[in-house]
Design a protein around this ligand. Structure first.
Ligand SMILES: *Cc1c(COP(=O)(O)O)cnc(C)c1O
Length: 480
């Protein structure tokens, strides 16, 4: 430690003194207890000490703009460090000790698994908040006062929206497939086309899930071609089920053939075996109306006779993480009796988020669901948003900005071949590198995730939410 460093360390305010200063600030003291403030002050002082001790040789060089307090001469240091500490304390209190925080998705990938997939509609989030703050009737029948069904709260909505006889909700779609395998195919055979043995990210592979559920996988056909006779030849007395997996995240183009759900249902009837379809990112809406390729809807799968259909809650549905199963009542009843259900069940907040989102479909307020609002943004709207971001950022000396045409994508393994034309705001740093700019955008309380394309950063307005524009501008304006 050199003299300058020890002088600065001595100028740091004592914990109790700084805490009592902050307690006089109503903006802070009316929201946080003195215990929380003390905790945040201790952390912030530790961080300041760390910066003072470790930025020794880089006095004017590579400091983050937030940490400039170190560069002030000792006379001004006292004042500057206090300003920095107030900001740091507020940001620590804001984060409430967790590493989990809101991020801005400027990547243009609508369903980004790393970024939590679907954001909820504001009114759905409000509904979840209300249920979170109180007790609710998750397992109570209000009418009779006796125990009710956890799943009854979304059952009517799911039946109305899909046309199925019954429904069940579990933790996620992987859990839905696992539960189905374990209930109906434990120690028995399940027939799946070789072209559908997919991996859907995070090491979730269809063959592994079948195995975990106790099922014996019987692969039929070839990677590119499977025919009805392949399935038929595989049926025997050990066959528990035919599983069709929607290969949502890749596509075989060209010389290929797969068997339709209707044909499989026909075959299933002949041999009295259930046909289950894992739709992955199932959708209630026909994507074609939104400029997307033709894909079967959940209602199609139900109508075409699948015994059970499974899909995710947080992909195209635009709700919370959940695995939804709809289909024949008799089979759903058997699923409910499986002991695994206790481990796979969803909590009241997930149910609230799902019920709220399903209600938006029921009322025809689909564009209130962020995923569908993003999917259906028009070219004109995207151009206007990119232009307004450009206008707000233009004139900064540290970056060069312009608008260009590019593509967004759906993500989450849905519509792999869909290209969604968009207009992006491109940003190129004047003196720093794009890597530095990208890292800077990712730093701080509200990280901004953007796409790097060679020597520029692209900000795609398609996935930006209302307050995001202001945050992006605020952050880029102070970059130098
Ligand atoms: C995404 C997906 C899953 C897994 O769904 P989660 O809800 O993430 O568990 C399973 N099957 C298919 C076909 C998928 O696309």
């Amino acid at each position: 430690m050199n003299n300058e460093q020890s002088a600065r360390l001595r100028l740091l305010p004592p914990v109790h003194e700084f805490v009592s200063d902050l307690l006089k600030n109503e903006e802070i003291s009316s929201f946080y207890s003195s215990a929380a403030i003390t905790w945040a002050v201790r952390n912030s002082l530790d961080k300041a000490r760390g910066i003072i001790l470790h930025t020794n040789h880089n006095l004017s060089g590579e400091l983050n703009s937030k940490e400039k307090f170190w560069q002030y001469p000792t006379e001004e240091f006292s004042k500057e460090i206090r300003k920095w500490l107030v900001k740091e304390v507020i940001s620590q209190l804001h984060r409430s000790g967790s590493t989990l925080r809101r991020v801005i998705n400027a990547t243009g990938v609508i369903l980004h698994t790393n970024l939590g997939r679907a954001p909820l509609a504001p009114e759905v989030a409000r509904f979840v908040g209300e249920q979170a703050l109180a007790y609710n009737n998750v397992e109570l029948d209000i009418e009779t006062g006796s125990r009710g069904s956890r799943y009854g709260h979304v059952q009517d909505l799911l039946i109305e929206l899909t046309g199925a006889e019954a429904s069940l909700v579990v933790n996620n779609n992987a859990a839905a497939v696992l539960l189905i395998m374990n209930t109906f195919a434990n120690q028995k055979e399940v027939i799946v086309s070789r072209g559908e043995l997919v991996e859907v990210g995070g090491a979730f592979r269809i063959p592994e899930v079948l195995k975990t559920g106790g099922a014996k996988l019987v692969e039929v056909g070839a990677t590119n071609k499977t025919w009805l006779r392949d399935y038929k030849e595989a049926v025997n007395s050990e066959t528990a089920m035919i599983l069709k997996v929607h290969t949502s995240n890749y596509r075989i183009e060209g010389f290929q053939h797969s068997v339709s759900l209707e044909e499989l249902v026909q075959l299933g009837r002949e041999f009295d075996i259930p046909v289950v379809e894992d739709l992955g990112s199932g959708s209630f809406l026909d994507g074609v109306e939104y400029g997307l390729p033709k894909e079967p809807t959940i209602q199609d799968a139900v109508k075409n006779g699948a015994s059970l259909v499974t899909f995710s809650g947080d992909k195209l549905l635009g709700g919370p993480q959940a695995g939804i199963i709809v289909g024949k009542k008799e089979l759903i009843e058997q699923l409910k009796k499986n002991q695994l259900m206790r481990a796979l069940r969803v909590d009241k907040l997930t149910l609230a988020a799902l019920a709220g989102t399903l209600q938006l479909y029921q009322r025809g307020e689909v564009l209130k669901i962020p995923v569908w609002a993003m999917l259906s943004k028009t070219n004109d709207a995207l151009k206007e948003e990119a232009n307004s971001l450009f206008a707000l950022l233009d004139g900064s000396s540290s970056i060069r900005v312009w608008v260009e045409e590019n593509f967004s994508c759906v993500g989450g393994g849905a519509f792999p071949t869909a290209v969604l034309p968009t207009f992006v705001c491109a940003v190129r740093p004047v003196k720093n590198s794009v890597v530095e700019l990208e890292r800077y955008l990712r730093s701080g309380d509200v990280p901004i995730l953007a796409r790097i394309e060679r020597d520029k950063i692209l900000l795609d307005p398609r996935t930006l939410l209302v307050n995001d524009f202001e945050e992006i501008v605020k952050k880029l304006k102070i970059w130098d």
